[in-house]
Design a binder for this molecule. Sequence first.
Ligand SMILES: [Zn+2]
Length: 172
Amino acid sequence: MEITRGIEEYKLIVNQLIKESFPELRSFKFLFLEVPRFFPFWSFVQKGYRRFFFILNKVYQKLDDEAVKGNLAHELCHLVLDHQYRGGINDIFHNFVKFLSFAFNTKMSREIENKVDREVIRRGYARDLLSSHLSWEKFFSEKALRKLHSRGYLTSEQIKTYAKKIGKWQQF
Ligand SMILES: [Zn+2]
């Protein structure tokens, strides 16, 4: 069966995540935009004009709920760790340039993505993160996956190992 999912569902998932685990983001507004499959990224969040913009690839329509939740939790962890929500520059153009400079800087990406994935696990979403990772394994070649891991994203094994180590891998 084809999954039909859109902006309304993403909004619900993000609201739920914030309510459960991201109290510091409660007072912010989020806007959601979808971009076509051929865009070379899955998702990112930008701050601008007093709100956050979630830019999501339509590939999300093909993922299961857990995987979507894992990805969205990852994006929220970017916001929390970068402290973007604390104000500062509120200019989407500036932030987009910053996003690009970071997207092309492997060393910086490695540190940031690694930190972000660990934060996702600390906040209790190890299984969702794993599910999002398994969906990558479906969509990407082995070579592309290796490239992603070299950019700091945790492997399936690392997700499980870290989650167990910090006591976030309980059975439900
Ligand atoms: Zn990321």
